[in-house]
Design a protein around this ligand. Structure first.
Ligand SMILES: Cc1cc2nc3c(=O)[nH]c(=O)nc-3n(C[C@H](O)[C@H](O)[C@H](O)COP(=O)(O)OP(=O)(O)OC[C@H]3O[C@@H](n4cnc5c(N)ncnc54)[C@H](O)[C@@H]3O)c2cc1C
Length: 375
């Protein structure tokens, strides 16, 4: 008999949610992580994450998001912690930019209510924003903020129980598998199981080197600034929604209202290639000055740097997720590469992975997330 029914490697956004959903199945589960989650070494730190429903990337994500919202509410109730706040969201760009047209299209296909605002209407409704005349904004009420460290902590705390074992500060170095058993070798022990979930984020390639998945890990920096303006309240809830801005040069940046510890802003375009074991965590003055210029240009505010944090995206060539069985062993499930937009889905992806591992019928079409699309 194997030691466990299911082993989960990686207890970040996806692994912690999966562990929680599995903990309700009665299966004997082992959860491994190389650090002690929640931590600031992977892809799920930095205090806040955007959640929104009218998904400009592709309308196929909307049903997943609707379930994700329900599950975030459930976990808030179960944990008694505030995990999500709704601030509303503004998707900005030229009228024909993909952020504006994609949001409208996603809303149309899924019957969501969104408001298309002109530049003047944006300034009237949200005075902190300083859009050019030709800028439009699509406003959706349902968008808001998730608190990632708190979410992971809530999932892991609620997963704790008789059937779930945690082993943190333990690095998985090798996976051996055949049709009957899976062996997971760590720097401290070897464990066996029937099923395995690999949700190791930016490190995923290390454990599935046999699959030549074209993944790119990129270095992404989050910045916090103090705004030198007398209109601070314009940059806070309820006057300031989360936003994503598609600039005229087709770059993207996004940000959050000031929650009392600074105005957080970041670039959404892929940063330089990174190795998760040698990530450059130094942030340069040039990087800081680029963000200060964005704040000046798009919010007409001077700012003083407070701090920053370096994080990683794990990017697929089409920016869609990977949620699939290992091609040569359906007892192994791979889930993680989420191209910098996966956190908001982690509640529902955990549920899906748990269903995949326990053989429950799946409620969602996962074909866009299959590995076979890269062949
Ligand atoms: C700067 C930034 C901003 C983002 N903004 C948003 C946003 O606003 N909205 C949104 O929806 N998404 C956003 N994302 C994306 C989202 O945060 C990620 O898609 C998501 O957090 C990834 O979760 P994960 O579980 O794959 O990885 P992680 O949370 O990093 O978890 C992987 C875990 O695996 C562990 N691990 C790795 N290798 C091993 C090993 N060999 N043995 C044991 N354990 C191992 C790691 O320690 C880690 O805990 C952002 C990402 C970044 C970096």
């Amino acid at each position: 008999m194997p030691d466990f029914d299911i082993i989960v490697i990686g207890a970040g956004a996806f692994g912690s949610s999966t562990a929680y959903h599995l903990s309700k199945t009665g299966k004997k589960v082992l959860v491994l992580d190389r650090f002690h989650p929640p931590h600031d070494k992977g892809s799920s730190h930095g205090q806040t994450r955007v959640i929104r429903e009218a998904y400009f990337e592709n309308p196929i994500y909307v049903p997943l998001l609707q379930r994700a919202y329900q599950l975030w509410t459930n976990i808030e109730i179960a944990s008694g912690k505030e995990l999500l706040i709704k601030t509303g969201g503004l998707m900005l760009g030229k009228r024909d930019s993909h952020v504006v047209t994609g949001t409208l299209e996603s809303a149309r296909i899924n019957n969501l209510t969104c408001e298309l605002l002109t530049s003047t209407e944006i300034k009237n409704k949200f005075p902190a924003f300083h859009p050019a005349k030709e800028t439009y904004g699509v406003y959706e009420k349902n968008a808001g903020i998730l608190f990632p460290e708190r979410c992971i902590d809530a999932y892991l705390s609620l997963a704790q129980g008789e059937t779930t074992t945690f082993r943190f500060e333990e690095v998985v170095s090798e996976i051996k598998h055949d049709s009957t058993e899976i062996k997971v070798v760590t720097d401290k022990a070897t464990y066996t199981s029937h099923k395995l979930i690999i949700s190791t984020g930016a490190w995923i390639k290390e454990l599935i080197a046999d699959l030549t998945i074209p993944l790119q890990v990129s270095r992404q920096v989050l910045f916090w600034f103090k705004l030198n303006t007398e209109h601070v309240s314009n940059f806070s809830i309820p006057s300031f929604p989360i936003y994503i801005w598609n600039t005229d040069t087709n770059e993207h940046f996004y940000g959050f209202p000031d929650l009392g510890n600074g105005f957080k802003i970041a670039l959404h375009d892929k940063g330089e290639n990174a190795d998760p074991n040698k990530l450059n965590r130094e942030v340069t003055n040039d990087e800081i000055n680029t963000m200060k210029s964005l704040i000046k240009l798009y919010f007409n505010a001077d700012s003083t740097y407070i701090n920053s944090s370096v994080c990683m995206y794990t990017n697929t060539p089409d920016d869609d997720f990977i949620i699939d069985y290992h091609p040569s062993n359906s007892n192994i499930i791979i889930a993680s590469p989420c191209s910098g937009h996966g956190f908001k889905f982690s509640s529902v992806i955990g549920e899906i992975i748990s269903d995949m591992a326990t053989g429950k019928p799946l409620e969602f079409d996962l074909s866009p997330f299959r590995l076979s699309r890269f062949k």
